[in-house]
Design a protein around this ligand. Structure first.
Ligand code: ADP
Ligand code: MG
Length: 389
């Protein structure tokens, strides 16, 4: 959906619900991680870009001290009195994302005025494209406008991350909120998860686009996979005598092979290799070497599949179908993106070949899995901004 249409829809829906026009309006993007998976909690690098899919937050003042928030994507409104203490809602309530951000403003003694808020988004919810960070950052940007106090961008991202930890109960890293705040059009963001320093890497070539393929599956695992991976990484770092796997080179890891449990060794090999690949992919992109960037994406996928063991059949089907199309057919590379076990794959595709690639991937995936995937194409979108206020 076009941005202008999304803005207009949000204004229309706002007027329908509240009988007046919004005074403030802000937006924040969803994101896709191009490469650098499961590196964040190892103090490594990630390389996300914003999607041209956005979450809008619109608001008008109220005469009382109530923060009232509705979403076009949810049934239940959320409401709190700003002059009283409030707590997180039950786990799983969408209202925790906006409330967590309001709480962050109050902790900083920024006076949030009473308001009616409406959220509306073109980011798919729960699909691994970080609709949650888009929502937090859209609300934070809206509150900046309403309070008349702009926050430092990094502080804003950290405030939103804290909302996700403390209110939504999700102990996420910094990537999603950072890219939603800091993204620039036609750039991907190389982010150092240890120092929190970052670099905007130009991705200006209009001849290259990013294709997102949603497998439409989310395999329900025991829930222990993520903590188990984290523990394995920590134990590898401890055995090597370093604070995090970020501090290990591939050569050092190979030398230490005998000292590590075989599974732990493979987990560490993914992380150490992926950190290298992420830096190499950023360099390939700086040089416009799309074939190289694409090869690194395939290597990332193989490592996540074989060493980290977080892929699944559906993701593998997409990546193999992309590989079969090849550079001649317009695909530079493809990999799973996000935590794994379902969700989305991301492909670098020659823009002129997008319709043909899309049709072939869709048909092949459906033939092999019986599932209809959801695909969309995007260029790097922009970071959060105030539309009105
Ligand atoms: P992801 O961030 O990958 O989309 P999450 O599970 O982290 O998946 O976040 C999805 C949740 O965020 C939704 O279930 C909902 O609670 C909340 N959410 C995201 N976008 C919106 C929206 N536009 N309106 C209401 N709630 C939203
Ligand atoms: Mg999320």
């Amino acid at each position: 959906m076009e941005l202008d249409a999304l803005i207009e829809q949000t204004q229309t829906a706002f007027a329908r619900r509240y009988g007046r026009a919004p005074k403030w309006m802000a937006a924040a993007p969803g994101r896709v991680n191009l490469i650098g998976e499961h590196t964040d909690y190892n103090d490594g690098y990630v390389f996300p870009m914003a999607l041209e899919r956005y979450t809008m937050a619109a608001a008008a003042p109220r005469s009382d001290e109530v923060f009232h928030c509705e979403s076009e994507e949810q049934k239940e409104p959320v409401e709190v009195r700003l002059n009283q203490r409030f707590q997180p809602l039950p786990r799983g309530s969408w209202g925790n994302y906006p409330l967590g951000v309001v709480a962050g403003f109050r902790e900083r003694a920024l006076p949030v005025p009473g308001m009616d808020v409406l959220v509306h988004s073109s980011v798919p919810l729960g699909g691994g494209l970080s609709s949650s960070a888009a929502l937090e950052v859209a609300i934070a940007t809206l509150l900046e406008a309403a309070c008349g106090v702009p926050l430092d961008p990094v502080e804003k991202a950290l405030l939103c991350q804290r909302a996700e930890h403390a209110y939504a109960g999700m102990p996420c890293g910094i990537m999603d909120q950072f890219i939603a705040v800091l993204a620039q059009r036609d750039h991907a963001l190389l982010l150092d998860c240890r120092s929190r320093s970052y670099e905007q890497v130009p991705m200006r070539d209009p001849g290259v686009s990013v294709l997102i393929i949603n497998t439409q599956v989310k395999h329900a695992l025991t829930g222990s996979e993520y903590p188990t991976r984290r523990r394995q990484c920590e134990s590898a770092a401890a055995a090597l005598g370093v604070p995090a796997l970020r501090d290990v080179t591939p050569a050092q890891l190979t030398l230490a092979r005998d000292r590590l449990d075989p599974v732990v060794y493979r987990r560490a090999r993914h992380v150490v290799g992926e950190i290298e690949r992420t830096l190499q992919a950023a360099e390939a992109m700086r040089q416009g070497d799309w074939e190289r960037a694409g090869q690194l994406m395939y290597a990332s996928h193989a490592s996540l599949r074989d060493d980290y063991e977080v892929s699944c059949r559906e993701l593998d089907v997409v990546v193999e179908a992309a590989r079969a199309i090849g550079v001649e057919g317009g695909v530079f590379g493809c990999r799973m993106t996000g935590g794994g076990f379902g969700g989305c794959a991301v492909a670098l595709v020659r823009t002129e070949a997008v319709p043909a690639v899309q049709a072939r991937l869709e048909a092949e995936y459906q033939r092999q899995t019986g599932i209809r995937p959801a695909l969309f194409v995007t260029r790097p979108g922009r970071g959060a901004w105030v539309i009105r206020g």
